[in-house]
Design a protein around this ligand. Structure first.
Ligand code: SAM
Length: 391
């Protein structure tokens, strides 16, 4: 193993390493994984070795400093594997371990090209196509080699867009304590898993994430996936948003495409917890459809298709305005949705503990303009709102 140690130190520390695979598990070993692939990665501007352990139904990544990584590879070859392929910029090495543990290293001409890990490397997505990512493989968005399936490309783009929105939020909130996060109406939870992967595996932030949904089948499916992936600080619970009492303090509330006033129930919870950040993509905003009316707007109201969009926009504008009154800085951003419907607005709100006084007047005038008496969200937050509306 001494020769292997020298070889690995030379190629890794001198940055000649491109890619490696350990395979052919020793029959008598107790390994539960079948293969380990290794590549250099940049994580938060630090160079690491990423070891991807491939099991029957899941993959697990370990990101290690170079020296730790070398030790780990040596240990794996010692105990579990009989073969390794190591691709470098100078040569390909084929390592064979005999039954007695003797290593033979065969050197061949290089067949792979160097990958650029420099800081200037252009990164198009937070999670890249071509890089195996455990939850995306488990959910069938990528294949085992990290290739995104063509029919899942929209989902892949949506996940990355969502993570970009989260990426902007993180520097604006406190992450010194464990972050409690709830995803209301999580459904099949692609975005919940993405959030966990991004915060825990990439940013190394301590989190406790709960996904909540009304559907029993999706909850048991998501718990099974979280378990397979070893996402041990992510759990899924069955229940209705308005009845959720599992946590007393929640830092980030996510609610993506929860229908109609379910979005409002989530916003109400977030405001009552004084959540540091809210990410919400509303959907099916029916509440105001038969309520809003202003004689000047009749040219828009008389067309069903326009009125539906109009009432969604009015609803989301009021939601954003209420959040501004209650101490949030609010932005409405375009979110890639799976369908081209009005459901592509994301409300991103950050707690700033400062009331936007202009928002109070805007809110009252706007409601009057549309003939709106009282909305679900207003009714639920009336005590808090009254403190501001009376001034
Ligand atoms: C359209 S799916 C969205 C799933 C996921 N958030 C996404 O964006 O891919 C909406 C989910 O919200 C759940 N939902 C709707 N109303 C809810 C409520 N009051 N409490 C909990 N879940 C609710 C539904 O069961 C459904 O799974």
């Amino acid at each position: 193993m001494e020769d292997i140690s020298l070889l690995l130190s030379d190629i890794v520390l001198n940055e000649k390493f491109i890619y490696g695979v350990l395979s052919n598990v020793k029959k008598k070993s107790e390994a539960t994984f079948n293969k380990v692939s290794i590549k250099p990665v940049l994580i938060k501007e630090e160079k690491k070795l990423q070891l991807t352990f491939e099991y029957e139904k899941k993959v697990i990544h370990e990101n290690l400093d170079f020296l730790e990584g070398i030790e780990k590879i040596k240990g794996l070859l010692n105990e579990y594997f009989r073969q390794a392929m190591i691709f470098t910029v100078e040569a390909d090495y084929h390592i064979l371990i005999s039954k007695k543990g003797k290593a033979t290293i065969l050197k061949k001409k290089p067949t792979k090209e160097s990958i650029d890990l420099s800081h200037n490397r252009k990164k198009t997505y937070i999670i890249e196509d071509g890089e195996p990512c455990d939850f995306l493989i488990r959910l069938g968005v990528m294949n085992e080699n990290g290739k995104v399936l063509s029919k899942k490309y929209d989902k892949f783009r949506q996940i990355n867009r969502f993570l970009e929105m989260v990426e902007d939020v993180i520097p604006k909130i406190k992450t010194d304590k464990i972050l409690n996060i709830v995803d209301f109406g999580c459904g099949k939870s692609y975005l919940t898993f993405a959030l966990y992967h991004y915060l825990v595996d990439i940013l190394k932030i301590d989190v406790n994430i709960i996904g909540l949904d009304l559907k029993h089948d999706v909850i048991s499916f998501c718990n099974e996936v979280a378990n397979d992936l070893n996402y041990d600080r992510l759990k899924f619970i069955h229940g209705d948003i308005k009845d959720f009492t599992e946590l007393d303090r929640v830092d980030i509330v996510v609610t993506l495409h929860a229908c109609d006033t379910a979005t409002d129930a989530a916003l109400v919870k977030a405001v009552n917890w004084e959540a540091q950040a809210i990410l919400s993509v509303p959907c099916c905003q029916h509440e105001l459809l038969d309520i809003i009316h202003n004689p000047i707007m009749v040219p828009m109201e008389k067309h069903g298709i326009i009125k539906e969009k109009l009432s969604s926009l009015v609803t989301d504008s009021i939601r954003a305005n209420i959040l501004e009154i209650l101490g949030y800085s609010t932005q409405l951003l375009e979110f890639i949705d799976m369908e081209h419907t009005p459901k592509n607005i994301l409300i991103r709100a950050i707690k700033i503990d400062k009331t936007n006084k202009e928002a109070v007047k805007q809110y009252l005038d706007f409601k009057k303009f549309w003939g709106i008496e009282e909305l679900y969200i207003e009714k639920e937050l009336i005590d808090k709102l009254n403190k501001h509306l009376d001034i």
